[in-house]
Design a protein around this ligand. Structure first.
Ligand code: IPE
Ligand code: IPE
Ligand code: MG
Length: 224
């Protein structure tokens, strides 16, 4: 059985779910947050140490302002209401991506990271204003600036996922088979599961099924 340390998820399909069931994309984002809570619980139950959630890409700024504002409003409320609880559950929150949001949200993100930084049960990496191409360019720049040797190990240490093992599983919900600029380097040997369900309809049963399937895959990493 394969060990499982890290699950990464592209949480896609909120907008379509919202339009279909509530006639509003934003209602889909709200419902999607409930799935996030379910999946965090299931991740702890499965004793998985790292969960990376793609919440907002560097390309998502192309969306209407109203939708972007709503997404960040949801995130702000979530942190204000739930960071204590996450902390009590021994969960560490780390943001990957560039924090250039409102002053209020930036402060809240920094506060949440600081508060939970020594927690050990589960590390949640929240990808916010994250794009893999920019991450790779920054890594190249800093490795060159430091005059370090360019090799795989050094390079990995300049990524925002430094000290985080590469994902074992990537799940993308929402019936779309692409990576959308997510963890291009880190996913080199990840087992990928494209899921038809939209994110708000995805549940712990679906998640456990994927985990079970993953555990039986023969991972070769180039060997036989
Ligand atoms: C993913 O759901 C959430 C974010 C990108 C914030 P979408 O909002 O992309 O939902 P669809 O793909 O339009 O249904
Ligand atoms: C990917 O979903 C980003 C997140 C889930 C945050 P998108 O809905 O933005 O992806 P594209 O634009 O359809 O590729
Ligand atoms: Mg989408």
């Amino acid at each position: 059985m394969n060990p499982l340390k890290h699950v990464a998820i592209i949480m896609d399909g909120n907008g379509r779910w919202g339009l279909k069931f509530k006639n509003s994309r934003n209602a889909g984002h709200k419902a999607g947050l409930k799935t996030v809570e379910k999946i965090i619980k299931a991740t702890i139950k499965n004793n998985i140490k790292f969960l990376t959630l793609y919440a907002f890409s560097t390309e998502n700024w192309k969306r209407p302002k109203k939708e972007i504002n709503y997404l960040f409003h949801l995130l702000e409320n979530f942190l204000i209401n739930r960071i204590e609880e996450l902390h009590k559950k021994n969960i560490k929150l780390k943001i990957i991506g560039n924090k250039n949001f409102s002053k209020k949200l930036n402060k809240l993100l920094i506060y949440s990271e600081r508060k939970t930084k020594n927690n050990k049960k589960l590390q949640i990496n929240l990808a916010l204003n994250y794009g893999s191409k920019l991450e790779l360019i920054s890594a190249f720049k800093s490795i060159i600036k430091n005059k370090e040797a360019i090799n795989i190990k050094n390079f990995s240490n300049h990524l925002q996922t430094k000290n985080i093992p590469d994902p074992d599983i990537l799940i993308r919900t929402g019936d779309t088979n692409r990576l959308s600029n997510f963890l291009l380097w880190q996913l080199a040997y990840t087992e990928i599961f494209f899921e038809k369900k939209l994110w708000p309809s995805f549940n712990d049963k679906d998640y456990n099924k994927i985990i079970k399937k993953y555990k039986r895959i023969k991972r070769n990493f180039g060997g036989i």
